[in-house]
Design a protein around this ligand. Structure first.
Ligand SMILES: C[S@@+](CC[C@H](N)C(=O)[O-])C[C@H]1O[C@@H](n2cnc3c(N)ncnc32)[C@H](O)[C@@H]1O
Length: 204
């Protein structure tokens, strides 16, 4: 899907995604001391808002202008006087922005599903944006989710298993701290969603 497809998807509905943070984002990041975070492919901003509520200063990027407009409204609604903790911009996750170089303690990539070559570009951009010692946190629908799970894209070529995520980081200055397949309960579904959770640490 390109940016126009995502714009149309967001425009067609009031709130496309859950307003709550993803369970793995909560589990893995709640104890991380706040600093500067980059939320790549931020969508409507549920994670940017959640992080800002925990003291983070967040830059939220998405290539859908409709998503970013909505994110700004939701940031104002949820954060009020603290809304300045979130800076939002329309941008491509595959392109490292100059001002982002080595700037972030945390780069979050949640459910960004791209063909492998584009995914690699996004991971390169995330790596470039993370400060030495910083975390690149990836959560994605796993390949097995297609046949054994629920939700997520129906195109196998954009799904990401833990091993694929680790492989895609080959040659980048990242160490792998966690690479797991996790089962996520989905309300109303008779089976769990299968998610990939990967924690990379930016090497000095
Ligand atoms: C499934 S949504 C996830 C949104 C958010 N991360 C969340 O977890 O709620 C995927 C998002 O990726 C964005 N996206 C897809 N390709 C992108 C790209 N190349 N650059 C920036 N955003 C992109 C879409 O616009 C969409 O908002």
């Amino acid at each position: 899907m390109d940016a126009a497809d995502w714009d149309a998807r967001y425009a067609a509905s009031d709130l496309v995604w859950s307003p709550h943070p993803n369970v793995w984002v909560e589990e893995f990041l709640a104890s991380m001391p706040p600093g500067r975070a980059l939320d790549l492919a931020a969508g409507e901003g549920r994670h940017a808002i959640w992080l800002a509520q925990r003291g983070w200063s967040v830059t939220a990027v998405d290539f859908s202008a409709v998503a970013i407009d909505r994110l700004r409204v939701l940031v104002d609604e949820h954060l009020g006087a603290g809304a300045s903790a979130v800076t939002a911009r329309v941008g491509d996750a595959r392109v490292a922005a100059e001002g982002d170089q080595a700037a972030y303690d945390l780069v979050l990539i949640a459910y960004l599903h791209l063909p492998p070559a584009d995914w690699r570009l996004a991971l390169e951009a995330a790596t470039a944006a993370s400060a030495p010692g910083g975390v690149v946190f990836v959560v994605a629908h796993a390949l097995r989710n297609l046949t054994e799970g629920v939700g997520g894209p129906g195109d196998a070529s954009v799904l990401l298993d833990p091993g694929m995520a680790v492989e895609s980081a080959g040659g980048l200055p990242l160490s792998v701290e966690i690479a797991e397949l996790r089962e996520r309960a989905v309300e109303g579904a008779d089976r769990a969603a299968l998610d990939t959770v990967v924690v990379f640490r930016r090497l000095p």
